[in-house]
Unconditional design. Structure first.
Length: 137
């Protein structure tokens, strides 16, 4: 028997809105994420995090992570959020917040419903503590 977590149940509504078939949904998710990472790379505040990075590969890893979080796949390829950012300069609260703003803008541009945008942005916001660098004590 498979049990869905509350996050998976909420995120599953996003998956359902992405396409009529699993293949269509996966392709659309990849398109959204590539646009999202390209948008971040062009951004004056956080673009430097993406200099020299393969944005399509990053988007593909994020897609795999999201599909696992949505309960679509049992596993994902890549690093968990706490480990995925360790080789980057410190990510400050303002950087993290900017990423969330850009995510909402990209999702809106791709025609996502406001409810789904709130769910997706809320899910991403839940990783603040493991991604934002903490000042030394």
């Amino acid at each position: 028997m498979h049990f869905e977590t509350p996050n998976q149940k909420k995120l599953r509504t996003i998956w359902a809105s992405l396409g009529n078939t699993p293949t269509e949904a996966e392709v659309r998710l990849q398109e959204i994420l590539v646009d999202f990472y390209e948008t971040q790379a062009r951004d004056v505040l956080i673009g430097f995090f993406f200099t020299g990075r393969d944005l399509v590969t990053i988007a593909t890893h994020q897609k795999s992570f999201l599909m696992k979080a949505m309960g679509v796949t049992p596993t994902f390829q890549g690093k968990v959020p706490a480990k995925a950012h360790t080789d980057l300069p410190p990510i400050l609260s303002g950087h993290f917040d900017r990423r969330l703003v850009l995510l909402a803008e990209v999702l809106k541009r791709h025609g996502m419903a406001d409810k789904d945008i709130r769910i997706w942005v809320g899910f991403e916001a839940s990783f603040r503590e493991v991604i934002v660098s903490q000042p030394p004590a």
